[in-house]
Design a protein around this ligand. Structure first.
Ligand code: NCD
Ligand code: ZN
Length: 344
């Protein structure tokens, strides 16, 4: 096979930032994807429908001329989010989900939820309105081993939440473990996004010959057995698993730092990275549904109709791309990839 044609994909988990950073990264996503679920962890976060409308306007203004792209907005859940805001979000139509970050768990999460039980009235409204809840599924308890925080989140928070709100539609974002795969498979009304880094690498990658900050993201890469479970899930053809890059740009100086930020930048070459992962297990025939169908189906949106083309030709991921006052190092910079996306 020399050419792969698939329906244009969507990115169901993306960080676009704001201001000049937004202007720098958005064109990369627009080049490959038709739509994206845009994360609300700005500073301050996108907490209300009005915040989301204003942020959406800024994103639309930053779309390169002549290009089409639809930002799908999310609200950042806090201890103070009201059921009324959920009703307003549903009515506004451009808000597609609400994002839960445990306070202090990751980048710009200081406004997140301190106690999930405070959100019951909001979850009730979301269940009733059919508003999906997107979970950063990690406990923030520093006493819990960093490699176990996703598993413990499921046990301590997600199972009780599922029992209390059985009809609430949930996406467990950027899953990293075999335990999460199994939980999603066994539980109704829950789906999961999977990032390219969690499909391609295990945790050894962070420590190969020295510390490699560009492979550091949250949730952190896990053991090989978990990576294999994710590959199996992504290529299984099960609609509960779909593409979400979690492309999370941080400038080089913020990554290569004595306390480096979490996040991998993959918007530049996202579909090629997924193609590499799927090709590694001979499952390129499963890429289209994972990248372009199942996410749209979960969000009850129409599937895209336009096609994109990937050609089999070796190319090298650049060492850096431009970013305000610094640069961004793309995930797996310098690596040769076998598949290349050709812009129409
Ligand atoms: C994200 C970011 O930088 O915004 N970082 C990451 O490692 N994924 C935040 C997040 O989604 O945890
Ligand atoms: Zn994220």
């Amino acid at each position: 096979m020399q050419e792969l044609k698939i329906t244009r994909p969507d990115d169901w988990h993306l960080h676009l930032r704001d201001g000049d950073a937004l202007k720098a990264v958005l064109p990369h996503t627009v080049r490959q994807f038709a739509r994206a679920i845009v994360m609300p962890n700005l500073k301050p976060p996108v907490r209300t429908v009005d915040d989301a409308r204003a942020y959406r306007d800024r994103i639309i203004a930053a779309i390169p001329e002549g290009k089409k792209f639809e930002p799908l907005m999310t609200l950042y859940l806090t201890d103070n989010t009201t059921p009324e805001e959920i009703i307003a979000a549903k009515a506004a139509q451009f808000v597609k989900a609400v994002k839960y970050y445990p306070a202090g768990a990751t980048t710009n999460s200081e406004f997140g939820v301190t106690d999930i039980s405070r959100c019951d009235r909001v979850f009730e409204a979301m269940q009733k309105e059919g508003m999906p809840l997107l979970l950063h599924g990690e406990v923030r308890d520093q006493a819990v081993d960093v490699f176990d925080r996703e598993k413990v989140f499921i046990e301590q928070y997600l199972i009780p939440l599922r029992t209390k709100f059985p009809e609430l539609r949930i996406v467990l974002e950027h899953i990293t473990t075999a335990d999460s795969v199994q939980f999603v498979l066994d539980t109704p009304n829950i789906a999961a996004t999977i990032t390219p880094q969690h499909l391609l690498f295990n945790r050894n990658e962070i420590f190969k010959g020295g510390i490699r900050p560009h492979f550091y993201c949250l949730p952190i890469l896990k053991r090989e057995q978990h990576r294999q479970a994710l590959i199996t899930a992504a290529t299984s053809g099960n609609p509960k698993f779909f593409l979400g890059t979690d492309s999370a740009p941080h400038s080089r100086d913020h990554k290569e730092n004595s306390c480096g930020c979490a996040g991998c930048f993959s918007a530049l070459h996202a579909i090629e990275l997924y193609a590499e992962a799927f090709a590694s297990v001979n499952a390129l025939d499963k890429l289209e549904a994972f990248a372009s169908f199942y996410g749209a189906d979960f969000y009850q949106l129409p599937r895209n109709t336009e096609q994109i083309t990937l050609t089999k030709s070796t190319w090298q991921i650049p060492d850096q791309v431009s970013f305000p006052e610094s640069e961004l190092v793309p995930l797996w910079a310098g690596q040769e990839l076998k598949w290349r996306y050709i812009e129409n």
